[in-house]
Design a protein around this ligand. Sequence first.
Ligand code: NI
Length: 392
Amino acid sequence: MKKGIQYILLLVVVLILGLGVATVARRLIGSSAKGSGKSGQKTEQAQNKDKDKDKEEDTEATTEKEADNSVPMTGLTVKAPQGYLRVGKTMQLDIKTEPAEATNTALDWSCSLDGAVTVSEDGVLTPNEGSEKNTVTVTATATDGSGLKQSFDLRILPGIDPSKPMVAITFDDGPNPETTNVMLDALEENYALATFFCLGQNVGYYPDVVKREYELGMEVGTHTFAHKQLTALGAEELDSEISKAVKANEDVLGFKPKLMRPPYGAANKTVLKAVGSYGLCCMNWSLDTEDWKTKNADATYKMVMTATDGDVVLLHDIHQYNVDAVKRFVPDLMAAGFQLVTVPELYENRGETLDPGTIHFRTDPTTESAGETTAASSNDGATAPESATTAP
Ligand code: NI
């Protein structure tokens, strides 16, 4: 028994010693292999990897010597002035680096969609051809090794080709969160733009919807404060309806609107003068969908689809019965070759101006693209209609 136990203990001691010797031996072999660069146990691949690593280390050492990063960046902010941009337009980014005496403030730019945008050294962003109808994340990375990074999202809208048909869809009387937001979804999904003539009082009730309209690139105009027929008002009330409306937009968006759609399309010289004194241009329409009369999505859809190049289309974003019409005509108009643009984009691309105190209905049909001419009301710039229509 005793002998048996002694034998087992001896075996354990021998085993432990053996393991220890083996470990030391392995370490010794390993270090000698590294030192000489030769090892029978190492494969050729492993040796090549070691060589590459050595090279990398050499390159890093050289870069450090060349680039003086003695004062590293401690802060980086990159802001885009807007969350959308059309192909063909550029945008100056607002870039701030800290501290002022940082040695290397150069940035590397990358985009979640390879090659979708280019950013110049002075921070001018250009969306590249073919990048439209994408929402991308643009990232700036410091090159001084500080690891600082900043990203922002950008919706890239299709560029406008003035030689191709375009229409300006316009919505009056809103916003109404329940309906306006669904219409905005349809426009957003299709990378399409429109113009919203908001009522001043509704702007105050639903500022978030108005902000969303603006942030998506929509033109936000005014439809007066409380939807009174301007031609029926005395001077004081006329001024108040316009000034309160302008202030409502300014309070929410931080700037004054450029366009006003008079309720019922009713304007005369007195109204135009008052509107003009606020820097506003009066924008009526050339195609009335009569949505307020038919109250039928299919009828509204069919009316919108009769639009021709240069038309300014009137509908209302406050009605549930218009939601389905918008969902259908936005992609269908685009598939039919129409560019869906804001009113200012339509006029800019047709070389026409929207001056304060003037009234417009559509762009000049004689300057439109190839052969879409119909005898649409083209009394653009002429005297305003004498009396109000019955549209809401
Ligand atoms: Ni209205």
